[in-house]
Design a protein around this ligand. Structure first.
Ligand code: F6P
Length: 481
């Protein structure tokens, strides 16, 4: 039996059994990447997913230990929910995971809190919040030890202490850890890591190094992880790996992928959201993301305004899905997006150009239709683990004839840009969202189909490096670790 540990449950129940409305699937890159590797539960073997029970009606669906069998399109998945005290969840999730680690982990090249007024400074967690983070991680480790699988795959920064806790607890299987976010540069993050925060970061990394295999998205992330492990945890670099306390920890890059076959099947059918003005005479520029301050939404809006002001003619549709309600760091981003969207919208109206920028979660069929119909898919992450939207866009575009496809833009510090370096002429172009003139130029070029539209070569590469391949490669490496 294999265990998957992720902060979020696979789905949250928003209605009691028999009630109206199905469960809400978790959103985001983690679930998108991991879902295809789940093995249906046959009564004795398969995947057990362990996640926090945050749905308002979860308890009505589970037994006393939090277990339920979830019916999914891939078959039944054995699922365990951990019901955590509200105070612990707040300290763990709002303060430690999202107040400290999330902004910190994205500091790969630029000290973003210094550069961008809306980007929050990572807040060193209080002792109380750190204890909550430890308790939540211990609850996950305890559940995994009780389930005692052959392989335990722990996901993301919210659960970084679990691998070391499993080792201390005598877990008999292999433990893998995968970080879906970037790994930061110590030099860049220096000002966010005064002594107390630095000690927390070192403890976090020590936790990860309890795994047999620690995976990250890119080679650059792996290099930064090794350097931090040497400097903060006393590890020794041995080839690609790390030696720590007499043990070898495998370190490698596994760029995440998407379920390309599934997406290709669904992409041709969906219809555009009603709010998107359809003007066949104008190219359509699309922006899609979680409304997060790492996604470069203000920078994209500024580039769109600059292009319109310079005389470019296109329709624009941007949708940012609300995320992490109750985490205060998102308020400044929201205000900046509203300011820039109203400027761009006024400019577009003045030129008679359709423009919509909305903060809402679209239906999946609408997302696919936008990615398929766009002439330019304009993602602009300032830093990102992978950013799966550009890959989803490539597959959605593949349902159009090659000569009529669009161009996909991605931030240079998103994992996707290094994983697909060399595909610029094939329709996947990296841009620096922190350089306004270059971003505008990239948009204008993309509107002309330069340097190239989404090609069959790019489509084939995205299909080959899909989520199934990602899962197989990681689990194969863990097997050999
Ligand atoms: O790695 C980023 C991540 O934590 C993923 O788990 C997920 O893609 C996304 O952010 C959603 O985050 P949250 O669970 O905080 O809504």
């Amino acid at each position: 039996m294999d265990l998957i540990l992720a902060n979020r449950a696979l789905v949250d129940h928003h209605a009691p059994p028999g009630g109206a409305g199905g469960p809400a699937p978790a959103t985001g890159g983690l679930v998108e990447a991991v879902r295809p590797v789940l093995v249906p539960w046959d009564g004795a073997a398969g995947t057990t997913w362990i996640g926090a029970g945050r749905g308002p009606h979860d308890r009505a669906w589970t037994d006393d230990a939090g277990f339920e069998l979830l019916e999914t399109p891939a078959g039944p998945i054995r699922h365990q929910r951990l019901y955590l005290a509200e105070d612990d969840w707040r300290g763990h999730y709002a303060e430690v995971a999202n107040g400290f680690f999330w902004p910190l982990l994205h500091l790969v090249r630029v000290d973003l809190p210094l550069k961008l007024a809306y980007y929050p400074t990572p807040e060193a967690p209080s002792d109380a919040a750190w204890s909550a983070y430890e308790r939540v991680n211990r609850a996950f480790a305890g559940a995994a030890l009780a389930a005692s699988g052959e392989v335990c795959w722990v996901h993301d920064y919210q659960l970084a202490l679990v691998p070391a806790m499993l080792r201390e607890g005598g877990f008999r299987g292999r433990t893998g850890f995968f970080l879906h976010t970037p790994f930061p540069s110590l030099a860049v993050a220096e000002s966010s890591l005064p002594p107390p925060a630095r000690a927390r970061f070192a403890a976090w990394l020590d936790g990860i190094l309890g795994a047999d295999l620690a995976g990250v998205q890119t080679e650059a992330d792996a290099d930064r992880l090794r350097e931090a492990a040497e400097r903060l945890c006393g590890a020794r670099v041995e080839g690609p790996d790390l030696r720590l306390n007499g043990r070898l920890v495998r370190i490698a890059a596994f760029p995440a992928g998407i379920d390309a076959d599934d997406l290709a099947r669904q992409a041709p059918a969906g219809a555009l959201p009603a709010a998107v003005p359809h003007d066949p005479a104008l190219p359509l520029v699309v922006g899609l993301e979680r409304a997060d301050y790492t996604k470069g939404v203000p920078e994209r809006l500024a580039a769109v305004s600059a292009a319109i002001a310079g005389g470019a003619r296109f329709a624009y549709a941007g949708f940012s899905a609300p995320t992490r309600p109750g985490v205060p760091a998102y308020d400044a981003l929201q205000a900046e997006c509203e300011r820039l969207a109203s400027e761009a919208s006024a400019l577009a109206a003045d030129r008679g150009l359709p423009f919509v920028q909305s903060r809402e979660a679209l239906a999946w069929s609408e997302v696919l239709a936008l990615l398929r119909e766009a002439d330019v898919v304009f993602t602009a992450s300032i830093a990102d683990g992978m950013n799966l939207v550009p890959l989803q866009a490539v597959i959605a575009q593949s349902s159009r004839p090659a000569g009529e496809r669009g161009v996909v833009l991605a931030g240079r510090d998103a994992g996707v840009s290094s994983a697909y370096a060399g595909f610029e002429d094939d329709g996947l172009v990296a841009l620096d969202p922190l350089k306004p003139e270059a971003s505008k130029r990239a948009l204008l070029d993309a509107l002309e189909g330069r340097p190239g539209r989404v090609s069959d070569r790019l489509v084939a590469a995205v299909r080959e490096r899909d989520a199934h391949a990602w899962g197989r490669t990681f689990l194969g490496a863990l097997d050999g670790a």
